[in-house]
Ligand binder design. Structure first.
Ligand SMILES: NC(=O)c1ccc[n+]([C@@H]2O[C@H](COP(=O)([O-])OP(=O)(O)OC[C@H]3O[C@@H](n4cnc5c(N)ncnc54)[C@H](O)[C@@H]3O)[C@@H](O)[C@H]2O)c1
Length: 90
């Protein structure tokens, strides 16, 4: 089964999708859109400009995407897809 979220098309599966930057403006909308399409979401965010409140109702892992070890641990609980905001990945 397929689900379209904006420009992304994802295969439906049971594992969570990590959304880096999910406690910010665009990431929190992304997380909610994924949940509306019945995906489980984990928010990964260092809260440098984001807000705990935008992650309400989601599992929140506080971490920096530069922390590869922590990111890999978060990804280990997830499926094949991950949202990495390119602006964060510079
Ligand atoms: N229309 C509106 O009401 C509205 C409101 C806010 C923002 N905006 C627009 O949205 C854009 C900004 O939104 P955004 O989502 O790109 O920015 P954002 O700052 O809201 O979100 C970025 C998120 O990434 C996190 N983050 C940053 N560096 C990180 C790192 N190294 N590791 C992990 N997490 C990290 C931050 O803590 C934050 O939660 C701007 O263009 C702004 O003008 C519009």
């Amino acid at each position: 089964m397929k689900s379209s979220v904006g420009e992304f098309t994802l295969a439906m599966r049971s594992k969570a999708i990590p959304v880096a930057g999910g406690a910010g403006y665009i990431g929190s909308h992304t997380a909610r859109a994924l949940r509306r399409h019945r995906h489980e979401v984990i928010i990964y965010d260092n809260l440098s400009t984001g807000y705990n409140s935008l992650a309400d109702g989601f599992e929140l892992i506080v971490g920096d995407i530069a922390d590869q070890e922590k990111l890999a641990r978060a990804d280990a609980n997830c499926g094949s897809y991950a949202f990495r905001r390119s602006r964060l990945c510079r």
